[in-house]
Design a protein around this ligand. Structure first.
Ligand SMILES: *[C@@H]1O[C@H](CO)[C@@H](O)[C@H](O)[C@H]1NC(C)=O
Ligand SMILES: *[C@@H]1O[C@H](CO)[C@@H](O)[C@H](O)[C@H]1NC(C)=O
Ligand SMILES: *[C@@H]1O[C@H](CO)[C@@H](O)[C@H](O)[C@H]1NC(C)=O
Ligand SMILES: *[C@@H]1O[C@H](CO)[C@@H](O)[C@H](O)[C@H]1NC(C)=O
Ligand SMILES: *[C@@H]1O[C@H](CO)[C@@H](O)[C@H](O)[C@H]1NC(C)=O
Ligand SMILES: *[C@@H]1O[C@H](CO)[C@@H](O)[C@H](O)[C@H]1NC(C)=O
Ligand SMILES: *[C@@H]1O[C@H](CO)[C@@H](O)[C@H](O)[C@H]1NC(C)=O
Length: 500
């Protein structure tokens, strides 16, 4: 018996305990340096370093994986590509983490896919990145995309049988987070035979005309879905309250996935004379946000993150009770990569096979720092979301009343849920499906790809030129990028909103 055992163990070791010992993995992290982003290098770095440390401590199968991580400032535009190209001239990285901003990610992911380098991002959330067959073949999204978020609306529309929807969003024409958010909601609700219309505001350049928005709302719209900064949401809700448009004929949602200080307890408060009315108005507002689950390991992670971020002097935006999802995402990204690398090494492949590693990260579920992470077979994370609502208009505190689970598509009501709140008392009998008003169809899918081709070419050209004519070209580049961006926007505006 004893004699038999050791050869067995020996064989077992050969088969399964593949040596990841001493495997060096070269990671390039592309994130903005600017701390006004929740995903700036100083915010996310501690999370990646934490994951790296834990993987190193692990005595199981990742032991010996040696990640060498380099952080580069990606900005939110084409600088990300410059950093990648600069870096690749020395030695191509084995893995790229980031970028988060859509336009930065489009450039980098195309280039990385071409070079067979896996990219894992907690951003790149726009609809366009869903198409993995070509340009974005090496992209794995570790945070739930806007499309995954939009599923909760589709589930609610089915459950509550709503017929009309008005999308109101603030398009800053730069990073365009709300534009991409609304685009996803639009593309998920589009096939549903609803009457849908769109109202775009641009708070950066124009004062927000709440009268105009109120007219749109009262023109027979029932469910209003908004994406904008909290100040604008407050103005809109106050106007609706004053116009008595907060009764049971209307249901209001705002979408706020990342900034936990923009919703929940006290989000109506400004210390001005409208606070008490704003509180009443916010009682009619529902907020869609990420569902937070907490497991014990997460506590120590949170504490450590808070310490690191504190000591780096970048706190403020980040209030302890709601963990920054980008930290969580990039932390989990490193673990996912380690799992996949281990698997493919078992099969005799190695870290240079980016395509295989990427495929191996898809269609799998693993334990992340905050709970289970499930990546679908298209390489996008399934998302869980909550609807938060003010439960008690007296003390004005918030609670989640509905949860949506992306992996099984189910909508769960929580204690405190009241169906009255989601029932329209006055239905419009003849919703007059006005398909042409949607306008977003020809959306950014085209624009991201077109934009990315153009800007990749431009940026590459400029990069090579730069070597020779550094100063002059850089100035021109800025101008060109500027006019390219304008052109870009012009195109989208005319396509997308001429009918809105
Ligand atoms: C890990 O990688 C770094 C950089 O490549 C190297 O300096 C270091 O010696 C490696 N450590 C181990 C334990 O292999
Ligand atoms: C809600 O208010 C609008 C506008 O004041 C009014 O037309 C509508 O009848 C009201 N609906 C209910 C259910 O009170
Ligand atoms: C988060 O929201 C708060 C309140 O609306 C705002 O003051 C702050 O600037 C936001 N932070 C970021 C990083 O957007
Ligand atoms: C490893 O090879 C086996 C047998 O060929 C295959 O079934 C499995 O899917 C492969 N695993 C990976 C990670 O490619
Ligand atoms: C995903 O994995 C499951 C089992 O884990 C398998 O049945 C299914 O075929 C896979 N889907 C794809 C698209 O690979
Ligand atoms: C909001 O206030 C309620 C009641 O005071 C409290 O239970 C809850 O934890 C608070 N929520 C947040 C996010 O601070
Ligand atoms: C869906 O998944 C969630 C979380 O895993 C679970 O709590 C819920 O019961 C599931 N619902 C159904 C209908 O399977």
């Amino acid at each position: 018996m004893v004699g038999f055992q050791s050869p067995c163990v020996y064989i077992w070791l050969i088969l399964f305990c593949v040596k990841t010992n001493g495997e060096d993995v070269d990671v390039l992290v592309l994130l903005p340096k600017d701390n006004s982003y929740l995903f700036s290098i100083s915010m996310v770095r501690p999370a990646i370093e934490y994951a790296k440390k834990m993987i190193k401590l692990d005595t199981g199968f990742y032991s010996g994986l040696n990640f060498s991580v380099q952080y580069e400032n990606s900005g939110c535009g084409s600088n990300a590509l410059f950093s990648l190209v600069d870096r690749a001239f020395k030695k191509k990285p084995d893995l790229i983490l980031g970028p988060v901003c859509e336009y930065a990610a489009a450039d980098v992911v195309r280039m990385a896919s071409h070079w067979d380098i896996p990219v894992i991002s907690a951003g790149a959330l726009a609809v366009g990145f869903k198409r993995k067959e070509g340009d974005y073949s090496h992209l794995t999204r570790i945070a739930p995309s806007y499309l995954k978020m939009a599923e909760i609306f589709s589930a609610m529309f089915h459950r509550f049988k709503w017929q009309n929807v008005l999308l109101v969003f603030d398009d800053d024409k730069e990073e365009r987070n709300c534009y991409f958010t609304a685009e996803a909601v639009h593309s998920v609700l589009e096939p549903e035979e609803l009457s849908m219309s769109v109202h775009v505001i641009n708070s950066k350049h124009y004062n927000v005309d709440t009268d105009e928005i109120m007219n749109r709302i009262s023109e027979s719209q029932a469910v209003v879905i908004m994406c904008a900064g909290n100040d604008i949401i407050r103005d809109i809700m106050l106007a609706a309250y004053w116009r008595k448009l907060t009764n049971a004929s209307y249901i209001y949602f705002s979408i706020e996935l990342f900034n936990s200080s923009s919703y929940g307890n006290g989000s109506w408060k400004r210390g001005d004379r409208y606070d008490s009315e704003a509180k009443q108005a916010f009682a009619s507002l529902n907020t869609v946000t990420l569902l937070r689950t907490v497991k014990p390991e997460f506590e120590s992670f949170s504490i450590e993150m808070m310490k690191s971020v504190n000591s780096a002097g970048v706190l403020d935006q980040y209030s302890g009770d709601n963990m920054n999802v980008f930290m969580e995402g990039f932390h989990d990204a490193l673990h996912l990569y380690a799992l996949a690398l281990h698997d493919i090494m078992k099969n005799g492949s190695d870290k240079k096979d980016g395509k295989q590693i990427t495929q191996n990260m898809w269609n799998r579920t693993f334990e992340g720092i905050a709970g289970q992470v499930s990546i679908d077979s298209n390489g996008d994370r399934n998302g869980d979301f909550s609807v938060m609502t003010m439960m008690d208009p007296e003390d004005g505190t918030y609670k989640a009343v509905l949860n949506y689970f992306g992996a099984n598509g189910s909508l769960q009501t929580l204690p405190g849920f009241s169906s009255n709140r989601f029932t329209l008392t006055e239905r419009y009998e003849t919703p007059n499906p006005d398909k042409s008003s949607g306008g977003l169809e020809v959306s950014t899918v085209t624009c991201i790809s077109v934009g990315a081709v153009m800007s990749t070419l431009l940026v590459m050209a400029v990069y090579f030129f730069r070597k020779k004519y550094k100063i002059i070209i850089e100035r021109q580049c800025q101008q060109e990028q500027h006019s390219l961006r304008k052109h870009h926007h012009l195109r989208e505006d005319t396509i997308a909103f001429s009918m809105a």
